[in-house]
Write a protein that binds this ligand. Structure first.
Ligand code: SF4
Ligand code: SF4
Length: 233
């Protein structure tokens, strides 16, 4: 779609964005088939294509819209069904949002309409926030559960894990101490006994020659010693 915004208008980022969206529309009309207001009313101005044209005119003129323009844009349900069938990818959602903001800023609605809107605003807020059920659920369930989970996590990290790590460290040190005791006390005692046995065996080896005359000699020397002791008593 050809647009005719001035350079001064295009300096506004919102207008520049709207201009980009408007230029994407090729007037093919595919979107009209899925627009419920067009299907129901059969008026081109109540179709996405018609509203896009009205929005273009409204923004280009840069003046408050007429009641007729506002009526057709107000009738849009914002269901966005038109966006699903648009082959050019026209971002209708952004465009109609911008148009509604423009209308609220520049158009003065008739008094009864303003009163009606003011009266319905709280109900609208309740419906938009789905009775604040999500907020209630977050406040009463999600936040307490998250808080408890955080406390449990802290308890797990600093108490459970701390205790397990402390026990682990104690057992590591005990095993090191036992290793030193085993190495230098138990093994030392066993080695000492072995060394003594070996030294004793080495000493005895010189005596235990296996020669009968040596044993007889020792026996005879013993008899002589006993005899001398017996005589001297
Ligand atoms: S968003 Fe508006 S223009 Fe688009 S299909 Fe729904 S009612 Fe029609
Ligand atoms: S389908 Fe897309 S390109 Fe075609 S008229 Fe609708 S908005 Fe414009």
């Amino acid at each position: 779609m050809k647009t005719e915004f001035s350079l001064a208008q295009l300096a506004d980022p919102d207008i520049a964005e709207a201009d980009k969206i408007l230029r994407a529309c090729v007037h093919c009309g595919f979107c009209t088939a899925t627009c419920p207001t067009y299907v129901l009313l059969g008026d081109e101005l109540d179709s996405p294509r018609g509203r896009i044209y009205l929005i273009k005119e409204m923004l280009e003129k840069d003046r408050p819209p007429t009641g007729e323009v506002v009526k057709h844009i107000d009738r849009c349900l914002s269901c966005l069904a038109c966006m699903t069938t648009c082959p050019s990818g026209v971002n209708y959602m952004h465009l109609v949002d911008h148009a509604r903001t423009y209308i609220e800023e520049t158009y003065t609605r008739p008094f009864p309409e303003r009163m009606l809107r003011r009266t319905l605003a709280p109900l609208y807020a309740v419906l938009v926030h789905k009775y604040w059920w999500d907020e209630f659920y977050v406040f009463t369930v999600v936040r307490p559960v998250v808080w408890v989970a955080r406390q449990l996590r802290t308890f797990d990290i600093y108490v459970i894990d701390g205790a397990v790590n402390a026990v682990g460290i104690i057992f590591v040190w005990l095993s090191r101490l036992y290793r030193v005791f085993d190495l230098y006390v138990v093994d030392g005692a066993v080695n000492l006994v072995g060394w003594l046995a070996r030294a004793t065996g080495g000493a005895l080896r010189h005596v235990q020659t296996g020669r009968a005359q040596n044993y007889l000699l020792v026996l005879a020397l013993g008899v002589i010693v006993l005899a001398v002791i017996g005589i001297t008593r």
